[in-house]
Design a protein around this ligand. Structure first.
Ligand SMILES: [Zn+2]
Length: 182
């Protein structure tokens, strides 16, 4: 899902076909008005990465089939803040789902260009976990972005590596557990 850098909280609704049915103004400001886009936009257009899609699908299925809320923590960092959020997926009538993200707490930090909108080197790649925003240094060694910048000596670089979105093993396990156990 795109990072709503400009908004702390978001709330939107999808229908039974996973199309965005209604959104709040903060989501609109960030992602653009869906009515300007035809045909109806699918939520999957905003979720990238095979594993991340798998987790969202599992959460949507659980909320719909078991008719109960699914709630998991996630990070939605900005270049200057770590933002600890809670994602809530609630079943509504007719297979619709309400999806909200709420800021739980925020830690301000020095700007980290690794996750800012800066020039990217198209030939270097780093995987970032879509859930906890840690970066894989290789060999499943997931670290905070500040540590990745230091370890990889990125401060001396003129451009940042291209980020690819995946999910780390810890998050995959924890989210699956959270969903399974309600
Ligand atoms: Zn993670």
């Amino acid at each position: 899902m795109n990072e709503p850098y400009d908004s702390e909280n978001f709330c939107y609704r999808i229908d039974a076909r996973d199309c965005v049915a209604s959104v709040d103004t903060e989501w609109l400001n960030f992602n653009g008005h869906p009515s300007r886009q035809r045909p109806p936009i699918s939520i999957w257009d905003y979720i990238s990465g095979y594993e991340v899609r798998h987790l969202f699908k599992m959460m949507f299925d659980t909320a719909r089939q078991k008719k109960r809320e699914v709630s998991v923590p996630f990070r939605c960092d900005t270049p200057t803040a770590r933002r600890f959020m809670q994602l809530r997926i609630e079943p509504l009538d007719d297979g619709c789902l309400s999806i909200t993200g709420e800021l739980v707490h925020e830690e301000v930090r020095n700007r980290v260009d690794l996750i800012a909108e800066v020039e990217r080197d198209p030939e270097r790649f780093l995987e970032i976990c879509s859930w906890c925003k840690r970066v894989d240094l290789g060999g499943d060694n997931w670290v905070e972005v500040e540590d990745a910048v230091r370890e990889l000596n990125l401060l001396s670089d003129t451009s940042m590596p291209t980020l690819t979105h995946g999910i780390c093993f810890d998050c995959m396990e924890r989210v699956e557990d959270d969903v399974a156990n309600g």
